[in-house]
Write a protein that binds this ligand. Structure first.
Ligand code: NAD
Length: 489
């Protein structure tokens, strides 16, 4: 049987993982994987096509009935075993994440621990797959509602958390009795293939986990168009979400779309400024600002604006940017295209009147001669309609606006097409109670930095998606419900 990869001209060339085997693509083309910190090519993966999508989906369909027929605790045990293998390989996987994605090593270790936690959390739900038994209006009749698997699930993931996003979807999908075909972003395909390799050391039946590689418009679109899958779960851009929504419409496929964000960060006049500064820095610059729930725009009460901006700017200037294999705060942007986008957005904001307090340019000298580097940037703006206040930056840049009162902060926060996460710093409990109804966002952080819990619910509204992941509601999405009327007269 072919191995996971072979050495071609000095770099690893991976294969697809389909039906428990490493297989060559029928398309004889490969995609180079670049290290964002050095621009070195670290590996290549198949540029999968329609035949590969078909092969993976047929294998997943064949494996599904027997997989669903296993006791959930058996499925859960395999997920726990995979989590254990992931943790045993934590350092190696973390270094792969750093090499393909660019986040600092201590964050990558956290991502791998998070990936394992998604699997163990799902596994722990194995004995809680409950349904409902309800009375009938008829004599001698019982009604029950039972949760069963959808069938085959497609998981398409973004490049910012390649290992964690895969496991966030795979854990609940498999626990529920579905089989899965996973495609990571073409820029960060290696972690998923390596996790598939770990799964191949366990007793997962062939076809339960399939991992393919290629582009979104290539194999991604082929998977979405295919008649086999019932549910498509995407973590990615609004653009991809809308394209997939259209493509899935003809077959009425079920969709879970976890899309982009533009989180507002509101600082009231009664806020603990030190805590707000620390949270604002962490929630913006972690993973070089490349998190869907990142602090993307700030609204600070005018009475505390000077103190806040002074402390915030000093904290941002103190961030250490550099080699992500070492202990730094901020690594490179993920790609040259992403870096160009950030630069364009900052330049346009500057031209439209934004004042840059720190940063505002690429880093290109010395250790930054190679790679995709941008200075941590803070700017003040006066217009909420500016592009930098309305479009996702997804980089180490934050615009700050001064507001006259708390209500203005809330109003401007809601002036957005996005609805994923929001941050508010205030000590006034009456204001906190108002937020739940008045802030149009699915995930609200009060007096703390971002970071979602595996047993909570991560869901965006408006352009940030339809769906939601984690916890009991996230798991529930991987089941369909069947109602059975039993007459026993
Ligand atoms: P992307 O949309 O370019 O790609 C996401 C995945 O979808 C990739 O695997 C890609 O190949 C695939 N894809 C793209 N177009 C497709 C199509 N037409 N058909 C089928 N597959 C397709 O997104 P990205 O650049 O990888 O990710 C960044 C975005 O993801 C940001 O907007 C970020 O906010 C968002 N994100 C959201 C969450 C969340 O939970 N809401 C989490 C992380 C990232």
């Amino acid at each position: 049987m072919p191995a996971m990869k072979e050495l071609v001209k000095g770099t690893d060339r991976y294969r697809h993982y389909i039906n428990g085997e490493w297989v060559d693509s029928t398309v004889k083309e490969w995609i180079d994987v670049e290290n964002p910190a050095t621009q070195a090519i670290i590996a290549s993966v198949p540029r999968g096509g329609e035949d590969d999508a078909d092969r993976a989906l047929v294998a997943a369909r064949a494996a599904q009935p027997a997989w669903e027929a296993l006791p959930p605790a058996t499925r859960g045990q395999l997920l726990k075993d995979l989590a254990r293998l992931i943790l045993e390989n934590r350092e190696r996987l973390a270094r792969i994440v750093v090499a393909e994605q660019g986040k600092p090593i201590q964050e990558a270790r956290g991502e791998i621990e998070g990936a394992a936690l998604y699997l163990t959390y799902a596994a722990e739900e194995a004995r809680r797959i409950t349904g409902d038994i309800i009375p009938s209006d008829m004599p001698d009749e019982q009604i029950w509602i039972q949760r069963v698997a959808h069938g085959v699930v497609i998981a398409l993931t973004a490049w910012n958390y390649p290992a964690a996003l895969m496991c966030r979807k795979m854990g609940p999908a498999l626990l529920a009795g579905n089989t899965i075909v996973i495609k990571s972003h073409e820029g960060t395909p290696i972690s998923a293939l390596e996790i598939a390799q770990l799964s191949s050391q366990l007793d997962f039946p062939p076809g339960v986990i399939n991992v393919v590689s290629g582009t979104g418009e290539g194999i991604g679109a082929a998977l979405v168009r295919h008649p086999i899958p019932r549910l498509i779960t995407l973590t990615g851009s609004v653009r991809a979400g809308k394209e997939i929504f259209r493509a899935a419409a003809d077959d009425l496929k079920l969709l879970r779309l976890e899309l982009g964000g533009k989180a507002p960060f509101v600082v009231a006049e009664d806020a603990d400024i030190g805590a707000a500064v620390r949270a604002a820095v962490l929630s913006r610059f972690e993973n070089c600002g490349q998190i869907c729930i990142c602090n993307e725009r700030m609204y600070v009460h005018r009475r505390v604006a000077e103190e806040f901006l002074d402390k915030f700017t000093r904290a941002v200037k103190a961030l250490k940017v550099g080699d992500p294999t070492t202990m730094v705060d901020v690594g490179p942007k993920f790609s040259g295209m992403e870096l160009d986008k950030v630069e364009r957005m900052v330049d346009a904001a500057r031209a439209a009147g934004a004042e840059v307090l720190t940063g505002g340019r690429r880093l290109t000298d010395g250790e930054f001669a190679r790679g995709h580097w941008y200075e941590p940037t803070v700017m003040t703006v006066a217009d909420n309609q500016m592009r930098i206040m309305q479009e996702e930056v997804f980089g180490p840049v934050v615009p700050v606006m001064t507001v006259g009162d708390f209500d203005e902060g809330l109003r401007l926060a809601n002036e957005s097409n996005y609805g994923l996460s929001a941050y508010v710093f205030t000590k006034d409990m009456r204001r906190v109670m108002r937020l739940v109804r008045e802030l149009k966002f699915g995930e609200i952080y009060v007096n703390r930095p971002g970071g979602d819990a595996v047993h909570a619910y991560h869901a965006g509204i408006r352009d940030s998606g339809i769906g939601g992941e984690d916890g009991k509601y996230g798991l529930d999405a991987y089941f369909q419900k069947k109602t059975v009327y039993v007459n026993y007269a």
